[in-house]
Design a protein around this ligand. Structure first.
Ligand code: NAD
Length: 486
């Protein structure tokens, strides 16, 4: 089934050369054209117009002037706004899912089942938190007041475009902050559809603004801007560090959700038939382009051969192909730069002497167009190999053997990252104890259901701050103590 891009984009199709500023779409004259490439074909889908520093200044000015009234607006008004955004995302879910498939290659089934509904779930979570939140609590005669921090600059990546945007925008608006968004220049279409949704939901002028553009130009200007109170970035460590450096002179709040190299510890008593297939599929979810993907499977050495056989069988069943087809399990890598990086890292695994269980360099048979890669599993990986150290952001799993549980925990923690973690085991007490010893912001025991309210964020170099639910909401608040209040 083919869908005309203009039909999917709706009113946004005539706005691709615009920024969303102060409540309306404003044509951009000066910025360069940014190509949006369909990763399934490698061909240009369309172009959007990049903003400049001047455009960013206008967006920040609009957000600053809207802040005075929006920050003091009744909770009921903000709640109604956030709830309407939620409903409109669900109403437009099919078009959003189709556009995600076109702009970053998510399979249509995954876009429908995860990208869009989980993005909506962040908005619902923000509404749920706001509904019951106490902005003023007492401690003796002292009042502790929480107030919106101000103008928030939000920078988002291409891997889970819609989801990453709502995880920031929804709590920011719920808290009473005003927003300037710069989505990834590689996946701007879903962002523009979201801007239209926020417009149609009735956001007051200036409360939400979107400027497309590159990291070095618009992203840097956001981080440096003296009228921005907080900047939140999800992306690479490289970009996260540059944002923190650019933000330092103005002492704004910086939250960073960066890379990961998350461990999946299979304890000696775990049922491998239950633990390995979902472990492989979690690592390869979204073609492995998830910051918390469990890409290091840490397994008992005595059971290594069994693990490898189950992993190979799991990978053999993965249908790689056109993400628009319902039967496809894995589409292409989202963009060319990332495709090259994944190929380079697969080559590094081979060079470093890891055992190739399945997959490998090159493209899958019959898929020599676009950015398709072979789902790849390496075994006998050690913590000094590049494939165990660096975030790959592709369907590449490293299996690392251990001799005892202490060694398993040491391997799990032998990384500069600390974002996600998994533990599999029959004895829940032991699994809990191991979960407590893993130094990451989230640990999942035996593949639980996703929880939109569970705080998400990094230890170590995976970032600072937390997103989702109450913790994500409170990132957008300042704390004021008023002594002598009572
Ligand atoms: P990136 O960090 O370059 O891009 C993410 C966002 O940051 C984009 O909006 C980009 O425009 C912006 N950005 C880039 N440089 C900036 C700067 N100097 N100042 C301000 N903003 C800037 O990520 P990428 O190049 O698209 O991907 C590279 C690697 O990043 C991947 O291989 C992966 O390892 C990692 N990554 C992680 C996540 C995550 O969710 N943690 C998401 C995307 C990419």
């Amino acid at each position: 089934m083919t869908h005309d891009l203009d039909t999917l984009l709706g009113t946004v199709s005539a706005r691709l050369d615009c920024a969303y500023l102060n409540g309306g779409w404003t044509p951009l004259a000066a910025g360069e054209a940014l190509a949006v490439v369909n990763p399934t074909t490698g061909h240009v889908l369309t172009e959007v117009r990049a903003g400049t520093r001047t455009d960013l200044d206008r967006a920040v000015a609009a957000a600053r002037s809207a802040f005075a009234s929006f920050s003091t607006s009744p909770v009921a008004d903000r709640l109604a706004l956030v709830e309407r955004i939620h409903d409109l995302i669900l109403e437009r879910s099919e078009a959003l899912a189709r556009v995600l498939t076109l702009e970053m290659g998510a399979t249509i089934t995954h876009a429908r089942a995860a990208h869009v509904p989980l993005a909506a779930a962040h908005v619902k979570a923000a509404a749920d938190v706001l509904r019951d939140y106490d902005f003023l609590t007492m401690r003796g005669s002292t009042a502790i007041v929480r107030e919106p921090i101000g103008v928030c600059a939000l920078i988002t990546p291409w891997n889970w475009p819609l989801y990453q945007m709502t995880a920031k925008i929804a709590p920011a608006l719920a808290a009473g902050c005003t927003v300037v968004l710069k989505p990834s220049e590689l996946s701007p279409l879903s962002a523009m559809m979201l801007a239209q949704i926020i417009h149609d939901a009735g956001a007051p002028a200036g409360v939400f603004n979107l400027v497309n553009g590159t990291g070095p130009e618009v992203g840097t200007a956001m981080a440096e801007h003296p009228e921005v109170d907080m900047i939140s970035i999800t992306g690479s460590n490289r970009a996260g560090v540059l944002v923190a450096q650019a933000a330092a002179p103005t002492v704004k709040r910086v939250t960073q959700e960066l890379g990961g190299k998350s461990p999946n510890v299979l304890l000696p008593d775990c049922d491998l038939e239950a633990a390995v297939p979902p472990g492989v599929m979690s690592a390869f979810r979204n073609v492995g382009q998830s910051c918390s993907a469990p890409t290091r499977m840490i397994v008992p050495r005595a059971r290594l051969a069994e693990v490898e056989a189950i992993a190979r069988r799991t990978v053999d069943a993965i249908i790689v192909g056109d993400p628009g087809e319902d039967a496809t399990v894995m589409g292409p890598i989202a963009n060319q730069a990332q495709f090259k990086r994944v190929q380079a890292m697969i080559a590094a695994g081979v060079e470093d002497g890891a055992k190739l269980v399945c997959g490998g360099p090159g493209q899958p048979e019959g898929l020599d167009h676009g950015f398709f890669v072979k789902p790849t599993v390496f075994s006998e990986v050690t913590s000094d190999m590049r494939i165990a150290v660096e975030e790959i952001f592709g369907p590449v799993l490293a299996i690392l053997p251990y001799d005892d549980v202490d060694e398993a925990v040491a391997i799990a923690n032998d990384t500069v990252f600390g974002l996600g973690g998994h533990v599999q085991g029959a004895d829940l007490e032991q699994a809990r104890a191991v979960a407590r010893r893993i130094r990451t912001g989230q640990v999942h025991i035996n593949y639980p259901q996703w929880d939109a309210h569970a705080p998400f964020g990094g230890y170590k170099r995976s970032g600072n701050g937390r997103e989702y639910g109450l913790f994500g909401f409170e990132e957008y608040l300042e704390v004021k103590a008023i002594l002598g209040f009572a």
